[in-house]
Write a protein that binds this ligand. Sequence first.
Ligand code: XIL
Length: 356
Amino acid sequence: MLSRRQALAASAKLAAVAGLAGLRADVAHAARDDVRVPYGACVRRDPLDTDVDYRASFLSYCQTVTPEGGLYWYDIRPTRQQFKFDIADAILAFAEASRLPMRGHTLVWYGAMPDWTKGIRAGEAERELTTHIERVMSHYRGKIKTWHVVNEAIDESKGAVPGLRPNIWLQTLGDKYIDIAFRTARRVDPSAELILNEFGIEQLDGAGPPRRQAFLKLIKDLLSRGVPLNGIGLQGHLKGGHQIDRDGVYDFVSQIRALRLSVHVTELDVIDNELPAPVAVRDAVVAARAHDFLESIFAAARPSAIITWGITDRYTWVPTWYKRKDGLANRPLPFDENYRPKPLWSVIDYFCRKTG
Ligand code: XIL
């Protein structure tokens, strides 16, 4: 839990950043594309039809988008035979009409799997996995140029250095499922940027160091086997109650850079269920956590994109898992429920414009 002193310190630091980043959002668009780090957010299908302000917020602020749903296995593969692209196609249509490149999230993840996949047997797993990647990536070839090929491969374990996270592919194919996924992705789309996406490496919560160690080992093992990996996604689902491990993040990103991989912030938000209730304090701490995270990354390497997991507090996955005990709504994202920019937006905008 955050002390009042920590909250005030966070607040003061933020005021300094907000001052630096105090330019209006529309001016951000005038910044040269080759200098600006692209900002993006994930998009939900349903509010695109019902909420004009939702659509407008992407047009005003984003340079890239990620579909929040639509590319999950349970969306595309309700049955083993089906490939159903309607949700992701609708989001892509919005992205293309808005001239926003869309990223692919995700081809392989333990989560969001339809029940029938539990029955995949060892003898058929490789064909099932490669067919999925072939069909999905070729449907979007030339349209989706960056793919989160494997999402959350590292297990959650307390204390010890974690291994790979259990999923149907690890169970049927062993460790090599990750190699298979990346090699297939490369074969289907030789020019796509292929990303390994992970969470939970950035905070002073005890879990960071072993997760970084496991993640780095996995990355190095993949590269040593010639697996075609282009970049690393740091999700950045930050827990508001924990400080950022600045040195840990800096060292980690420096090593990624030394391996000549790109770094992407792919799912930034700040989970505020343990933060104090007053909105001004909460928003300041949320912004300060993101500030420390982004500052540590930028000190080591300029990321290829900064993407938040949602754009407005109106639509966020956070209350599904992290509701506040006092019943107040979560405020994890850069714009509030009425699309007003929050201090978190000033921080993101500041880093996106940062040169050098
Ligand atoms: C979440 C979505 O936001 C939800 O709408 C969905 O029901 C489940 O997944 N890490 C990820 C994302 O990589 O895919 C997750 O998104 C959030 C955690």
